[in-house]
Design a protein around this ligand. Structure first.
Ligand code: NAD
Length: 299
């Protein structure tokens, strides 16, 4: 199939980064004809070598496929790829479905869905959780907002990339769910980091504290995975601090837009800002512990 990449069965993929590239490979592997676009030539060449066709612009890509998938960094990138002069909507036909798998603002997601709908195009928001490993293994959790019939139509494509695939509700519901996910993870990282710093300052072995907590009600995957990173001093990404900061920005914006006070998120957002300011942007988000250690005078 991969040698005939156009037609209603064909899938377009825009944004072939850490997440998008392995996700696109999985779509291709599942047998869907694939057309790809990215600002960088290297990942496009990689997908082309695996059997995908390269498009010159998002508009040209949209003309060749039935469904367009996006996996871009942030709201302005998705706005540009969709609504720019050579954007997806410039090439899209009424009835086409666009699935935005980026993590962006729910407010922007709703606005973009309305813009697409005015052209007869259905936009679903479908952010993912599970990281680079989940993307490579096709085991992502995919949380979808938007039209239920369109969701049913694209489900087989999403199944090539994810394991837990949930239609959460109307447009924006997927991005709201992802913001909730990021709040829980970031605030938990901060809590676990504080606990580890207290243990160290009190002269108690943080490894033993973690072990004890893992067996009780304080268990969490953050305590398990990131707690281990704290102990091993392993802050290689993983999930970069600048993306964690971006996602907390999104959560804070959503809190303002929907009048939900997020006091703990606001604090952790500021702490991640401080970690970025002292050069941690490209470190794993577990590196928050180093900031708390500094505050505590731990060398
Ligand atoms: P990335 O920076 O590695 O990749 C983004 C890709 O988009 C790059 O290849 C870039 O060249 C391309 N791009 C940017 N603007 C473009 C445009 N206008 N047109 C075409 N291509 C464009 O980012 P990533 O880590 O793959 O993350 C993508 C999204 O997935 C983000 O919203 C992120 O928050 C989310 N996410 C990431 C992870 C993770 O662990 N990395 C986990 C879950 C969700």
């Amino acid at each position: 199939m991969a040698d005939q990449p156009t037609g209603p069965m064909a899938i377009g993929f825009i944004g072939l980064g850490i997440m998008g590239r392995p996700m696109a490979h999985n779509v291709l592997r599942a047998g869907f004809p694939l057309v790809v676009y990215d600002l960088q030539p290297e990942p496009v060449d990689d997908l082309a070598a695996a059997g995908a066709r390269a498009a010159d612009s998002p508009a040209a890509l949209a003309q060749q496929v039935g469904v367009v998938l996006l996996c871009l960094p942030d709201s302005p990138d998705v706005q540009a790829a969709l609504c720019g002069p050579q954007g997806v909507l410039a090439g899209a036909r009424p009835g086409q479905i666009v699935v935005d798998m980026s993590t962006i603002s729910p407010v922007v997601a709703r606005e973009l869905a309305a813009t697409a709908a005015a052209q007869g195009v259905t936009l679903l928001d479908a952010p993912v959780s599970g990281g680079q490993v989940g993307a490579a293994q096709g085991t992502l959790s995919i949380m979808v907002g938007g039209d239920a019939a369109a969701f049913a139509q694209v489900r087989p494509v999403l199944a090539a990339m994810g394991k837990t695939i949930l239609h959460i509700g109307a447009s924006g519901a997927g991005q709201v769910t992802k913001a909730c996910n990021q709040i829980v993870i970031a605030v938990t990282i901060e809590a676990v980091a504080e606990a580890m710093v207290l243990a160290a300052k009190a002269g108690v072995d943080p490894a033993q504290v973690r072990q004890a907590l893992l067996g009780g009600y304080a268990y969490s995957r953050v305590l398990e995975g990131h707690g281990e990173r704290f102990l091993a001093r392993n802050f290689a990404p993983g999930f970069r601090t600048r993306l964690q900061y971006k996602d907390l920005n999104i959560a804070m914006d959503a809190g303002r837009a929907y009048a939900a006070p997020l006091p703990a998120t606001a604090l952790v957002h500021q702490l991640y800002g401080a970690l970025m300011a002292r050069g941690g942007a490209e470190q794993d988000h577990s590196a928050l512990v180093t900031l708390l250690e500094e505050l505590a005078g731990i060398k």
